[in-house]
Design a protein around this ligand. Structure first.
Ligand code: 5GP
Ligand code: ZN
Length: 114
């Protein structure tokens, strides 16, 4: 996906504050943080939304979550806690159409979310 901003970040073609990477996943700080820690974890491979997941992507999505837990531990959030979420399409509030897991922490999260 040549026009996808998160594909470009994954490829290192545009800058981002990368704090995690492995063969499958890249983690970087959100440009507009909504909490003291706000990291986005993305698969290197382009998947537009949760609706586009295929059965063969299940291990990849599991990996996204284990990567998020590692980043949370590295950021000192594990004990106090944190929130992970994936927005899907318009009602979910998705604005970038490359699947990403938000990791938010460092403050008390509210429920229900807005
Ligand atoms: P969504 O609303 O799609 O769930 O989340 C997209 C997130 O990506 C937003 O929190 C937004 O601040 C972040 N974002 C959008 N463009 C960029 C960018 O170029 N770099 C970084 N680091 N974050 C971005
Ligand atoms: Zn993409």
């Amino acid at each position: 996906m040549s026009e996808c901003i998160f594909c470009k970040i994954a490829a290192g073609e545009i800058p981002a504050e990368r704090i995690y990477e492995d063969d499958l996943v890249v983690g970087f700080r959100d440009l507009s943080p909504q909490a003291p820690t706000h990291v986005l974890l993305i698969p290197r491979r382009h998947i537009a939304t949760l609706n586009d997941l295929q059965p063969q992507d299940e291990a990849l999505v599991g990996h996204l979550y284990t990567a998020a837990a590692k980043v949370a531990a590295d950021e000192g959030l594990a004990e106090r806690g944190y929130r992970t979420l994936i927005n899907c399409n318009e009602d979910g509030g998705q604005t970038v159409f490359h699947l990403h897991l938000h990791l938010l922490g460092g403050r008390r999260m509210r429920w229900p979310p807005g």
